[in-house]
Design a protein around this ligand. Structure first.
Ligand SMILES: [Zn+2]
Ligand SMILES: [Zn+2]
Length: 140
């Protein structure tokens, strides 16, 4: 488990219990929608409103503590900032899997951005498709 207080303060955010609780839930699950985060946080903060949780999540995205992962046809999910990695996103069940980035894609992206004189700072590669589990369900 990370030191959430330090992480928040390093990004100019007050380390409130709500925020630390949100971060802990997301870290436990890896990637979560706002609704799922809200359900988890309610367990420890029953009086919290969805609007407050939503506001905190958006703020933490703006400050670079959380990253939004868009999911085609579904609500986005959120994850803690990690080293750049590749996402396998299932458009059926909305599952998001982390895969380490590869030398080949790094080389490709650097060539592409260098050619455009574009200063690459961050990358988010999301591959959309149907996960193995969902493919089996369709087949059966
Ligand atoms: Zn799936
Ligand atoms: Zn991820």
């Amino acid at each position: 488990m990370r030191d959430y207080a330090t992480l928040l303060k390093a990004n100019d955010l007050k380390a409130t219990f709500q925020r630390m609780n949100i971060l802990e839930s997301i870290e436990n699950y890896g990637h979560m929608s706002i609704d799922a985060i809200y359900e988890e946080v309610l367990k420890t903060h029953p009086s919290l409103s969805l609007a407050t949780v939503y506001k905190n999540i958006i703020l933490m995205v703006e400050k670079g503590v959380l990253v939004e992962v868009p999911i085609t046809g579904k609500k986005p999910k959120y994850e803690l900032v990690k080293d750049d990695h590749i996402h396998l996103v299932c458009t059926e069940c909305g599952d998001v899997e982390d895969k380490p980035r590869m030398q080949e894609t790094d080389t490709l992206l650097h060539t592409l951005t260098n050619n455009e004189h574009f200063k690459l700072e961050k990358q988010q590669i999301n591959l959309y498709g149907v996960c193995e589990k969902c493919q089996m369900e369709v087949a059966s």
